[in-house]
Design a protein around this ligand. Structure first.
Ligand SMILES: [Zn+2]
Length: 275
C-alpha cells in the first residue's frame, strides 16, 4: 500500500502528466469490488467530472488528491493509480477509469481495500481526509523536532509502543506499517519498544529517522515494494521487509525476524534494535 513517499511521488507525476487534459469519459464497474469505498453514488461520478479540466494534484499523507477545477477526486492508500497511454491495454479490474480527450486514461484499482472519493470541493468531511490536510507531512520543514515532541507528549502516549504510536490513530497521516519498518530500524529502536522508555536522545533519533527515511524514500521515487503512476517500482530498496526477511541485518549481521503485531507484520533485528 502506498504511504507518504509514494503519494508524494505519484502526485508529482500526475501533476506533470495530466496538465491541461480534459475529462471525456468516466466509467465505474456495474458491480464495484466490495472493498472499494466510494463517496456518494459512483455511477454519478461522470456527471461531476465530464468536461472538467485537470488543475493540480497533491499528496495528503498517504492519499492523493486530484483536482479538476472545483471537483476533487481523492484516492486513499490501497488505491493503485495508473496512467495509460492511448494504445495502452485497459485495466480490467479498474474501479474507476477516467479517459481524457487525447485518448490517454487513468485507472484506479483497489488493493485489499481503499477509498475512491469524488465530490465538489468542500462537500467531503471524512476525518482521515481532514486530518491529512491539517497535519504537516514529515516531508515538509513544519514537521520539526518541536512539533514531533508535541505529538509525543499527549496523555497516555507512554503506554504506546513505537508502532502503535507512529502508525495508528493518524498521528502522522500516511505513516503506516510499511514505512514504519525502516524508520524503526534506522533509529535503532524495536517496533515494540514503549514510548515511555525512550530517552531524550532516542526521541531525537526517532524524529530524525522519520524525516531522513521518508525523504530518502520520496527522493528515490518511493519504495521498491510499490508502483508509481507509470507502473514502475520505486527506487528505494527496502531494508526491513518481506524481501529481506531471514537475511542478515546490514548493520549488525543478525538475521532479520518477522512477527505479527497490531494487525500487520513487523520486521526487525533483535541484534541492534532496542526493545
Ligand atoms: Zn541488526
Amino acid at each position: 500500500m502506498i504511504e507518504i513517499p509514494e503519494a508524494f511521488v505519484i502526485a508529482n507525476q500526475i501533476d506533470e502528466t495530466l496538465a491541461s487534459k480534459k475529462v471525456e469519459k468516466v466509467e465505474v464497474p456495474a458491480k464495484p469490488n466490495k472493498y472499494s469505498f466510494y463517496f456518494g453514488n459512483p455511477s454519478e461520478y461522470w456527471r461531476l467530472l465530464n468536461g472538467a479540466v485537470f488543475s493540480s494534484a497533491r499528496a495528503l499523507g498517504g492519499m492523493v488528491e486530484i483536482s479538476f477545477e472545483s471537483r476533487r477526486l481523492v484516492l486513499s492508500d490501497g488505491a493503485v493509480i495508473t496512467f495509460h497511454d492511448k494504445d495502452g491495454t485497459p485495466e480490467s479490474k479498474s474501479q474507476l477509469t477516467i479517459t481524457f480527450g487525447d485518448g490517454t486514461s487513468l485507472t484506479v484499482r483497489i488493493q485489499l481495500y481503499g477509498g475512491i472519493w469524488c465530490f465538489n470541493e468542500g462537500e467531503f468531511n471524512n476525518k482521515y481526509y481532514l486530518a491529512a490536510q491539517e497535519k504537516p507531512s514529515p516531508l515538509v520543514d513544519q514537521f520539526n523536532e518541536a512539533y514531533f515532541l508535541r505529538i509525543l507528549d499527549f496523555a497516555g502516549a507512554g503506554k504506546h509502543s513505537l508502532k502503535s504510536f507512529l502508525a495508528t490513530e493518524q498521528r502522522i497521516p500516511g505513516l503506516g506499517n510499511g514505512t514504519l519498518q525502516d524508520i524503526a530500524w534506522t533509529s535503532g529502536l524495536h517496533p515494540k519498544i514503549k514510548i515511555e522508555s525512550l530517552s531524550d536522545e532516542e526521541r531525537g533519533r526517532l524524529f530524525s529517522s522519520i524525516r531522513s527515511v521518508m525523504k530518502k524514500m520520496a527522493m528515490r521515487g518511493g519504495r521498491d515494494s510499490e508502483k508509481d503512476f507509470f507502473g514502475n517500482r520505486g527506487g528505494y530498496t527496502t531494508i526491513m521487509g518481506k524481501g529481506t526477511y531471514g537475511k542478515p541485518c546490514p548493520r549488525c549481521g543478525a538475521l532479520i525476524e518477522r512477527q505479527d503485531y497490531l494487525g500487520g507484520k513487523i520486521y526487525f533485528c533483535s541484534g541492534c534494535q532496542k526493545k
